[in-house]
Design a protein around this ligand. Structure first.
Ligand code: KG4
Ligand code: ZN
Length: 325
């Protein structure tokens, strides 16, 4: 079964065709990063306008790339939330229009669930139950997944998401946007020699990253960060330390079979390496291009939703504050 995936929740307009939830036939992404970089962050109104310009060409390209005809499609999967309302609306409207014109079933996908399903796309075999760490620009969630579509929320961030913290730290250090890749690159030339606080929030599985960012800001303002590289390396170390420790603890307690890492921050090399080194269980990580926002992950998730009979009506709406569990 071939599923067309559509993703417009934030600043990437993306469309992809995936077969049986695991084989990518096409994967197109139109990034708006350069446009938003001028403002140092995402401007919602600008994002939805860009989605409107890009959505039809991107869907046409994704279909043309593998020569899939509309009649060969089994269904359409589209991100309904969480995300920016005006951005989500563009993808959902396009999906509904195509579904109606081509008489195809449509299913609404949770963006976070999509990130998890990126793990089905790299030839990896997932064995439930698993612990999922989803770390992106908008979320840091620790989730127990017992089967397809079966989630128990264990913890989430109480303030900044991990990616958001990377973006803010990059700004503090005078690095570019998006901050994650910039911090990683700068950190490669430094050492984690600066002591930064870790918010362990003992007794909970929640995260907090605003304190470490503020601590870095105070040190920079006080002239106590001698090199940007050391500042970046120390910040990255502090964030990765907390993410890895709490994820491995949860994996041990729930006696799961694997750990699944996903979301934009999952492309961070130190996080990938530390989690693999620190985990007693197999760690699955999508390749970097599937960690950041894309539509292949939405199509993969959509396939498993269709298989479970989870089809939505054309009255489906966007849900900007949608939760996973
Ligand atoms: O999943 P994603 O593409 O979009 C959201 O759903 O938010 O994640 C984007 C986030 C940004 O905050 C970006 O700075 C972060 O992922 N990111 C990274 C890296 N690459 C992207 N953070 C740390 N290290 C990286 N290499
Ligand atoms: Zn995302």
């Amino acid at each position: 079964m071939k599923v067309l995936g559509i993703e417009t929740s934030c600043d990437e307009t993306a469309a992809a065709v995936v077969e049986d939830g695991v084989r990518i036939l096409s994967n197109r992404i139109a990034s708006q990063v350069e446009i938003h970089a001028r403002y140092g962050g995402i401007v919602p109104e600008v994002a939805s306008r860009q989605h409107m310009l890009a959505i039809i060409p991107i869907i046409s390209q994704a279909m043309a790339d593998n020569g899939t005809t509309w009649s060969e499609l089994g269904g359409i999967a589209v991100t309904v939330g969480p995300g920016l309302a005006g951005s989500l609306l563009v993808g959902v409207s396009a999906a509904k229009a195509i579904a109606s014109a081509r008489d195809l079933p449509v299913t609404g996908v949770n963006h976070l669930e999509g990130h998890i399903y990126a793990n089905w796309l790299s030839g990896q075999v997932v064995s439930f139950p698993v612990i999922c760490l989803i770390v992106s620009g908008g979320h840091s969630d620790l989730v127990l997944m017992r089967g397809h579509g079966d989630y128990v929320a264990l913890g989430r961030t109480r303030d900044d998401a991990a990616g958001e913290a990377f973006d803010k730290a990059a700004r503090v250090l005078g690095l570019g946007y998006p901050g994650g890749p910039a911090v990683q690159e700068a950190a490669a030339g430094g050492t984690a020699s600066i002591q930064l606080p870790r918010a362990w929030l003992r007794g909970t599985r929640d995260f907090s990253f605003s304190g470490v960012k503020t601590a870095l800001l105070r040190l920079v303002e006080g002239g106590r960060v001698s090199s940007v590289a050391d500042g970046a390396a120390s910040f990255q170390e502090a964030v990765v330390d907390v993410l890895v420790t709490k994820t491995v603890e949860a994996a041990r307690e729930y006696r799961v079979r694997q750990i699944l890492l996903s979301g934009g921050v999952a492309s961070n090399e130190l996080l990938r390496r530390r989690l693999v080194e620190g985990s007693p269980l197999p760690v699955l990580v999508p390749e970097p291009v599937l960690c950041t926002d894309n539509a292949a992950m939405v199509a993969a998730c959509g396939y498993f939703r269709f298989k479970a009979g989870r089809v939505d009506g054309l009255d489906m709406d966007v849900i900007p504050g949608l939760k996973l569990a």
